[in-house]
Design a protein around this ligand. Sequence first.
Ligand code: PLP
Length: 399
Amino acid sequence: MKASISHNRFSVDEKGYYGRFGGAYIPEILHRNVKQLEEAFDRYRDDDEFNARLDHLLRDYVGRPSPLYHAERLSERYGADIYLKREDLNHTGAHKINNAIGSVLLAQRMGKRHIIAETGAGQHGVATATVCALMGMDCTVFMGAVDVARQQPNVQRMKMLGARVVPVESGNKTLKDATNEAIRYWCCNPDSFYVIGSTVGPAPYPRLVAHFQSVISREMKRQLLEQTGSELPDAVIACVGGGSNAAGAFYHFIDRPEVRLIAAEAAGLGCDTGMTAATISTGSEGIIHGARTMVMQTDDGQIIEPYSISAGLDYPGIGPLHAHLAECGREEVVAVTDREALDAAMLLTRTEGIIPALESAHALAVLERIPFDAGSTVVVNLSGRGDKDMDTYLSHLND
Ligand SMILES: *Cc1c(COP(=O)(O)O)cnc(C)c1O
């Protein structure tokens, strides 16, 4: 194992555990795949030629660095200096492309030809289909049938990009079910390369995805130094579905206790309504999609179907990194309702002229909940843009 895995209490150990969360709970048939992936990742993550190719694509194809924007009118309203990390301006409209490029480059180095992925809101599917078009790979995307219906523009994009979109009819036909189906397909087709869209799944996926997303906080530090004179903010806020944009936004601040890390999870209609996706607030320890983590489950271990207005947060698990950070108290968790997210989206649109993704709106809503001192620096990770959510926004405009 590489020396790059350090040994403080927030980092991952050799077996892929963050504290007691993580690991790889997978069927026998996938052991070889996961082992090969781990070896390839540990070989290429510090490879100069690999990183030169990755950096080139992040800059000239994705458009990085994404701006760090001082939102003046929002700052005036909340009495603190609010900065937005503009992942919404990336090619394909969200942070997902950072991981898709890194992962597909890795697949290419491993000689793989066929990429599979799961998707909820469709952003990870679009990002993966995009990179597959760019690199000449076959692409199959599994998507819950309910999400196929509520995220049509992204479904059409994936098809135009040449991906096969497979609607999944099991469970409540959303992200969890798409992930089950992708894992099932992977077991039957171990030659395919599974690009997971978040910091979930068996080790090494959580640390691999966090690594490829860590570019977000690497840029933040440099941009904050330029704009505020200090590379450390007082707080970073990000939404968590599986936890990848939050992992990327928190990554380089995790060992700096003076920086508050605040995760916004989706409360849906409210944590006590049974219509929620707030895994950390309402879940308990269990195993989902190959990792030990917090899970929304009944007393006898049945997964509880999650609900959120936002397809990208509609997931009954959470990345093991976040389960651990939350348990240690390193990360504060705020459960944000559909209503609060819709209001925050409208506020950003009308005060800054930016229509955020519904997922990102959950992070923005934290500004209403937590008061920040005058003069403090608060970064909100704006994980994506709202084009895909226009139907939902318009249908709630006059609520
Ligand atoms: C997918 C998605 C999310 C949620 O996924 P994480 O892995 O928790 O980041 C958040 N925001 C946007 C815009 C997304 O597309």
